[in-house]
Design a protein. Sequence first.
Lengths: 432, 371
Amino acid sequence: MHSTPSSKRDVVKIARERNVRFVRLVFADVLGVGKNVSIPVDALGEALDGRVTFDGGSIDGFVRGEELDMVLVPDPSTFALYPWSTADGQEARVICDVAMPDGTPFEGCPRTTLRRAIESARAQFTAMQFGLEVEFFVFEARASEFGSTSTTDVGSYFDFSANDRGEDARNAIVAAMQSMGARVAGAHHEHGPGQHEIDFSHTDPLEAADMLLTLRSLAKHVASRFGLEATFMPKPLETCAGSGLHVDLRLDARADDDLVLYTVGGLLAHAPALAAVCNPTVNSYKRLVAAWDAPIYTVWSERSANALVRVPPNQSPKRIEVRSPDPSCNPYLAFAALLGAAADGVARQLLPGDALVGSTYDLTERDRRERGIGTLPKSLRQAIVELDGDAVVSASLGDHLYHAFRDAKLAEYERYRRAVHAWEHRAYLRLY
Amino acid sequence: MTAEELVALAQDVARVIADGGGSAAVARRLAEATGSGVLIEDASHHPLARAGAPDAAASGGEDTPPFVTPIATGQTLLGRICLFGEDAQDFAHAARLAASSLAIDLARASAGEGASRTSFWEHLIAGRFTDAITARDEAAARGIGLAPHYVVAVLECTAADGCASDRAVIRSAIREAFKPTSAQIELIERAAAYVVCIPAARAIDASKARTAATMLPRSLAKRVPDICVSGGVSEPAVPIDVPQALARADAALVIARRLFGSGKVAVYDELGAYALLYRGAATDALRDFAARTLAPLRAYDEKHQTELEKTLRLYFDLGQNVKSAAQALHVHRHTVFYRLRQIGELCGCRLESPHDQLTLRMAVAIDALHS
């Protein structure tokens, strides 16, 4: 049974009792990729005192081009044992914030940015919690440069797939996440072959972001033991649903209908700019098309499965489900941006218009104009333009991360733009 | 300020007014001379000009300015000059000087633009314009740009202890409450009530206006403690039909009071059968009501080849017994539950609500009798 350590002393005690040999000090770069520095357990006390440094110049979005030792500041409450042991003994991890050499918080640290966003939104939301529905694919592991998209699984929504190793892998992933302290609400087969979903119970936004960071690395590790590969790429298969990350915002029990409306108003008003952060890859925009219930318009509904924001009726506490993000996002930045947008809606009392009944795909251009409904960006480039024009979302990231993130994404888009894709070969090679 | 500086300011203000600079130029000159934020507003709290320290000057009715001086001729209040900033009180003489000079200008305007604006809206809601072109020409002549549609709200605001609340405070709070609609509202006082005309160029504007109006009992209570707001809201109407919209907003106010007591703002369109029962109706109006109420179900049935309207009729005919309706339709009772939920969603109502049930029952009955 996992118990959350509350102090440095607890962490050292548990590590000693559980015979831990190595501890990974985990942190996230600007893209939300988990990085780590592994230390022998003897150095744990020193690490917990914030005396372990790393070269910040070699990490995306930090201080590239400069040799600068940065400090890892472990969060003792995130200490957890990996549910496996190696030949060298038991391993554990603790998630860290990044600080400057003098101990001041580093403004390029995504985790610190989310902490700041939670504090900033405290005036509007006293105890907002995030629940996550994370979709991902599990494919056969093949020895190839980029991995494979082949699967023997033919299951769809909520199917039992008796002969599918993917289902076994998913169960093992859930068990592993639970052993590391995550509260899993449920898991099931999703629409596409090899596609699965794991739902996490509501918790504070920082812990939710930590959970997603952990899941993405842990799922790959566990799947590999089944001869499979887990991927959180938003749209690996052209003809199947993509993988989304539905973020369920649960408001304080005292929140009234007005607060819900203003929150939805903020989320919709900033949705185009949020896309840059919540759908941060060129592949993300291949998921956001008018099919498989992917959201494409800035509209809310009580029940429509393809609305961008869904507010389930008669819920207490009130819940607001944001359906556009995908699991390739940096969860710290995405959640900070969502909080910023929601808080702005409350501060400026933004109204979202009437809830939509029915499918958003049936909306004509005239309907959308009359109802003031916008569209989500259709490419990463367009999303970055929206981000540039949105002072609230860019301010949620902070100046350093906004520029670091923007530069990294523009470079990514440019590489994609220059690449010649397989589709182009199929379409043009013989034709011209 | 020294006496010489005051004289220089008075001369400057007189000159900018003579040059036709109006309130904006006076506000700028006063802001320059005092270093304060300056807000000049008319007697109805409409901002006329702002200058200097933008945050303070833009706060309008939100914060109480440190110094306010009236702009008046005799007993007639024409407006106010508000100074913002820590030293605002030190420039009282300068503000009074500017106010007395500006009074002449505003007195002229009050016989013209300001009064003419108010009188246009009073004429419009009273139905004194005979046709749309006359109303639009009259508005244009008075420098008023009319929106394609207006949502009309009638609000009655009383203090919890039954005493009348400070009307200036309420006016300011109503304007604040409609800020999220991003619309320049027209606020006309009518005996004990406030009539608010909210421009609604698109469906989204009308939707926001309705939502903001229904939120008023809560949002006003946050700004003016112990206040009780009741009201009615119309559907969007073209300017010439504003009197009819006002009548429907009035009706919604009365119906809401009788059905729900005070402290609620009701939307006329959402009162369904009650609006019909309140005003009475001829056969054509009854048919129209039934057709409008059942239209979403018919459109859905047509498009998806479903039986929602039939399900609703059977459900009512069989005494709201889901099991019997399921047997009659040869479907599982869960299917009936599902369809009832769909019906509620499409018609924008809750079937478990007695009020909404009455509306649907009447629509079905009228349709059976008159179609």
